[in-house]
Design a protein around this ligand. Structure first.
Ligand code: MSP
Length: 511
């Protein structure tokens, strides 16, 4: 494979960007940067989902015009992702004309093929999920399980429906024939369970009398498109469908999603694609959710909300990205709090990485005449230390996908521990007092710094800004988005390079 198309969900703009949005988008960016380092061409799309009932209600409350509200909120998401250092290639707003035209094109296609039916619908709707619900999806008193503060609303209206049951067997066959299509495996089982019973028709419209913010149905101006139907289509309009060239990216597509939207992506979306004779997405990579301190869902009333902007203001974007990447679990939920971020920042980033750099580079500047060590060829013991770091970084980058990001970081932390122990044990600051030991002292410091240089390169996908700051201090070329394939090799630390200003990569934060 030489290309990869990575997508994030597109986010509702009815509220400010939160940690969950930051999470999926940062993971997508990490995978993108990793794949660039492996020499792939990568296209990363993200953006905002700007139609539907809850966006409409939020816009109405805002006091702004609808289009100003949507633009301002979408800009907030873009600002969040920019501040997080996400190198997206395309930021979609579903209100853009091209997208809306293609949604209508698909609807016309379905209508012309006789695949849509119009019929009354009586049922319950959760505006939080923007989905129709069955009684079994709700609490006894009618509240949504995903949105416990929202009572599902009774609806009784005509709508257009896509009959999806005829595609169920084909979808099951696809999932069974492609065991990696949904990852990790537990979500594959969940999906198969969702497909174990006949599927109800998929409602693709909303009467304008109820929701006006949406893409008008091309064949019935009294209706707009159901927000999920429109939103999912972003994945192909972002890469130019119906231009046939879209297929090159589509064939290598991977949707990153939280577990909350498995059904829309694993059932509805593939069936919509089947109905218009398009291939299914390449892969669904699913992750669990972040919970607040105490393992409860983050909520303002519990006071356990972690605001990505606040965390970035105190610890920086790199530290937030690191925490998310190191601690998320795809198959279960994970906890996050400002205290946990602080602990990870101090123990791992400041103490293990920052300190290693500080003590070695300061020693080198003081003892080697303002320069990096110049040992010539390394003593085998020192070369072996670099080799340990090299092995671990290579292993971390060998099989990186959404599920293994935390394991990759664990390997890099192990390598940092190893290098710290190595320089502590070899104690160049003591050895330098022994006559004739200077060449070896150069070798130890070199091995420590060259090993650290490898770790910083390995960390670039996760913490691009700080990794590059560290590399610049070590006189090593920064890694850029257009650098192409990256080889991890020993010995790239430039011997005798003049050391410039020494900055602290992870300054202590005492809040
Ligand atoms: N607009 C739809 C998605 C349409 S995609 C064609 C939507 N938007 S959302 O704003 O509610 O975002 C949902 C996504 O945000 C989740 O699938 C997940 O990627 C992310 N997260 C939201 N809360 C989360 C956590 N608490 N933890 C981790 N990620 C979560 O659904």
């Amino acid at each position: 494979m030489t290309r990869s198309y990575i997508t994030t969900p597109i986010y509702y703009v009815n509220a400010a960007p939160h940690l969950g949005h930051a999470h999926t988008t940062v993971m997508a960016d990490i995978l993108k940067r990793h794949r660039l380092m492996r020499g792939l061409d990568v296209f990363l799309s993200t953006g905002t989902d700007e139609h539907g009932q809850k966006n409409q209600e939020a816009a109405a409350k805002s006091g702004l015009s609808e289009s100003d509200y949507l633009a301002a909120q979408s800009a907030e998401f873009q600002r969040a992702f920019d501040q997080l250092g996400v190198a997206y290639d395309f930021f979609v707003r579903t209100t853009r004309p091209f997208h809306k035209e293609q949604v209508q094109r698909i609807e016309t296609l379905l209508q012309d093929r006789g695949l849509l039916i119009r019929k009354p619908y009586r049922g319950l709707y959760c505006a939080g999920c923007e989905q129709f619900k069955k009684d079994s999806d709700l609490t006894e008193d009618g509240y949504c399980l995903e949105h416990p503060n929202l009572k599902a609303e009774a609806t009784d209206e005509n709508n257009y429906f896509l009959v999806i049951e005829p595609y169920r067997a084909r979808l099951i066959a696809h999932i069974e024939a492609h065991p990696d299509w949904v990852q990790p495996a537990q979500y594959r089982h969940e999906l198969l369970a969702m497909l174990a019973h006949p599927l109800e028709d998929l409602c693709i419209s909303r009467p304008k009398s109820r929701v006006a913010l949406g893409v008008e149905l091309p064949f019935d101006p009294d209706f707009v498109t159901y927000v999920w139907f429109d939103a999912l289509i972003n994945y192909i309009t972002n890469i130019g469908w119906p231009d046939p060239a879209f297929a090159e990216w589509w064939a290598v597509s991977e949707h990153l999603i939280g577990k909350d939207i498995l059904k829309t992506h694993g059932v509805f979306w593939p069936i919509i694609l089947m109905a218009i004779d398009l291939p299914l997405p390449g892969r669904l990579s699913v992750h669990g959710h972040w919970l607040g301190a105490g393992g409860q869902k983050m909520s303002k009333s519990l006071g356990n909300v972690v605001d990505p902007f606040e965390v970035m203001a105190v610890y920086g974007a790199s530290a937030l990205r690191y925490y998310l990447a190191r601690n998320m679990r795809v198959a279960s939920d994970s906890q996050i709090s400002v205290d946990l971020i602080k602990a990870a920042y101090n123990t791992e980033l400041a103490n293990k990485l920052g300190n290693l750099l500080q003590r070695l580079i300061k020693f080198s500047a003081a003892r080697f005449d303002g320069r990096l060590p110049s040992p010539g060829a390394l003593d085998p013991a020192d070369a072996a230390a670099v080799a340990v770091a090299l092995d671990k970084v290579r292993a971390a980058h060998a099989h990186l996908d959404l599920a293994t990001i935390p394991q990759a970081l664990a390997l890099i932390v192990e390598a940092a521990d190893f290098l710290n122990e190595y320089v502590t044990r070899e104690a160049p600051w003591t050895l330098i007092k022994t006559e004739g030991a200077l060449p070896r002292v150069h070798g130890i410091v070199y091995a420590g710094l060259d090993g650290l240089r490898l770790l910083l390169e390995g960390l670039w996908p996760v913490m691009p800004v700080v990794a590059n700051q560290g590399l610049a201090m070590l006189g090593v070329p920064e890694i850029t988005l257009d650098a192409g394939a990256h080889d991890f090799v020993a010995g790239r630390l430039p011997q005798g390079h003049e050391i410039g200003e020494i900055a602290t990569l992870f300054p202590r934060v005492e809040t």
